[in-house]
Design a protein around this ligand. Sequence first.
Ligand code: NAG
Ligand code: NAG
Ligand code: NAG
Ligand code: NAG
Ligand code: CA
Ligand code: CA
Ligand code: CA
Length: 671
Amino acid sequence: MSALLMCVALLALATPRLSAQHWEPCTDLRPLDILAEVVPSNGAAGGIRMVQAQGTWGFQLSAAAPHIMSFPASRMFSRCDLFPEEFSIVITLKVPNLPPKRNEYLLALVAEEKDALLLGLRYSAAQVHFLFLSEDLAGPWQTRVSFRSPGLMDSQWHTLVLAVSQESFSLAVDCGLPVDIMADVPFPPALSVQGARFFVGSRRRAKGLFTGLVRQLVLLPGSDATQKLCPSTNAQLAELSIPRALQGPPGKPDDKDNEVLKYPYETGMKVTLGSRPPCSKAEDAQFWFDAAQRGLYLCVGTEWVSVLAAKAKLDYVEEHQRLHTNSETLGIEVFGIPGVGLFAATANRKARSAIYKWTDGKFVSYQNIATHQAQSWRHFTIGKKIFLAVANFGPNERGQEFSVIYKWSPRKLKFTLYQRIATHSARDWEAFKVDGEHFLVVANHREGDNHNIDSVIYKWNPGSQLFEANQSIATSGAYDWEFFTVGPYSFLAVANTFNGTSTQVQSHLYIWLVGSFQLFQSFPTFGAADWEVFRIGERIFLAVANSHSYDVAMQVQNNSYVLSSVIYELNITAQTFVKFQDIPTCSALDWEFFSVGEDHFLVVANSFDGNTFSVNSIIYRWQGYEGFVAVHSLPTYGCRDWEAFDTTAGSYLIYSSAKEPLARVLRLRTV
Ligand SMILES: *[C@@H]1O[C@H](CO)[C@@H](O)[C@H](O)[C@H]1NC(C)=O
Ligand SMILES: *[C@@H]1O[C@H](CO)[C@@H](O)[C@H](O)[C@H]1NC(C)=O
Ligand SMILES: *[C@@H]1O[C@H](CO)[C@@H](O)[C@H](O)[C@H]1NC(C)=O
Ligand SMILES: *[C@@H]1O[C@H](CO)[C@@H](O)[C@H](O)[C@H]1NC(C)=O
Ligand SMILES: [Ca+2]
Ligand SMILES: [Ca+2]
Ligand SMILES: [Ca+2]
């Protein structure tokens, strides 16, 4: 956006009206929440559904008749009838893939009597168009300003800021560099909105209805909203103003791909807003979101059952299930399959690993899969396909080393072999998406005795429907990969444990730049076994689990399992992670972040203190200025991996033991 726009004082920019005594803008000069105007806070409007996608709530309007999603412009333009000459529009949306040529309206301002489109915003597969009516001596005509390839069709949420000032039109996506267009027709200095109506998600007609999800639609008179929104740690969801019903929605922060919470949207479950609706057979399995109390309820039988009462507080933890596993378990992955249920996959040391299904409040054995010293499972999806990849540490019967990707067969209701990938003592798989493309990265731990080998990133080839090698990254005893995004940037962190002589090696953070990952920052680590990224509000943290301090040259002086693990925090200005807190741990192997109500927690897997595997694992609570403070001490034996998950009945933790064939499910009791 032009610097000029930012410098000029707000008042001068707002469309003034020359009244008898003084200049006065027609609207308030604050963000005007257009979406909130059409979706009353009790959510009573017909045909509007609240749905969740990727952990974020939005409205689906397509079932609502256009007139329901409209209101007279006079409601906002209370003082006079002129649209501001300079303004910006902020919209957060998630769009479906549109066929070529199809256009959908996000917003329209229509002069009702003449049925004239005064102002419109619509998009197609390739463009975003801003339309407005301008008038000159020859009469009124419609002007269209088109922005190419905004990249909205990747099934992600995006926040667009359209800023208009005379003949300058600019569009910024996710706080990225704005595309500026200088048009030969300026936006009219005095566009009358007399007798006009705003239509959200349509152009007053049935044709061109918006079929995606919308979370934010705001008009900011007089200024460029990018100044208020950007930079943002969560640029795809940067907020200026969000309707009340969507504020502080229940569920975990969206840094975790929570498949359990994604489920209502994927299956098109219905969420009702407003005051307590009836719950009978007809509403069974439907959700009700109580915006006032911020609670989400599920109709079970004839009762509304609280799914995630946001104000719940963790009181204590109790044992819920002792899960006898095939053998010692090195990793657990909990995931949901839409329409089927909740599952846990265990990576077991001996011949078979297992998949369990949550049935009547317990994990029950569902499928066994032959693995070779399996270390971890990773669940991911590509479109409608559901996959599960296992990291095999050992060779198969024929001495070959493979890690394997399995695919869910909706017909057999089982996972079946999909692709084998040659790996070297694989420890971990991480799945992620960059610019709409799917990737998998493997942590190759060692080849023979050599720990300094490459770990490999694979890219999904939509043509061959297989993963193919894309990039190799040198690692030292790689143990874990963790992917995360900050605004438009994608990061990949590796935990390096051992270089052949020492566990005191650097672990690295890489950033995606022009088609490959490049080194961004290095961290001193001691036998690093896990990276965990998490967000608290706008803050971004990265925690490393240090398992062992050891050096061949100094093994007598320095061979310790009791050492600090470190939490780092991203300083956005400095573009670097800085140490936030040291936490004493005993051969820490995993961190897991979870939230209960409005509180945030970290649990660490402490596995060994140098003498015994019977050590306590600790739950820490986020206490702001104090950082993380130990609140619960849980006796564990050779603790290897923690996972947090939610069901309709409550919130749970599960942990596995690397030293005994027993995993435990713990229930989080709340008050
Ligand atoms: C391993 O790391 C130690 C300590 O950082 C260093 O002294 C040693 O040279 C490294 N060894 C190899 C093989 O890179
Ligand atoms: C890896 O994938 C990226 C993104 O598609 C691509 O730009 C790059 O050329 C690929 N690299 C290799 C070596 O295939
Ligand atoms: C021993 O290990 C600790 C980490 O636990 C490290 O801070 C210290 O520098 C090491 N001492 C020597 C002599 O290498
Ligand atoms: C972030 O980094 C900047 C630039 O180095 C520094 O001035 C600022 O104090 C840091 N902020 C915090 C919270 O540490
Ligand atoms: Ca990982
Ligand atoms: Ca972790
Ligand atoms: Ca874990």
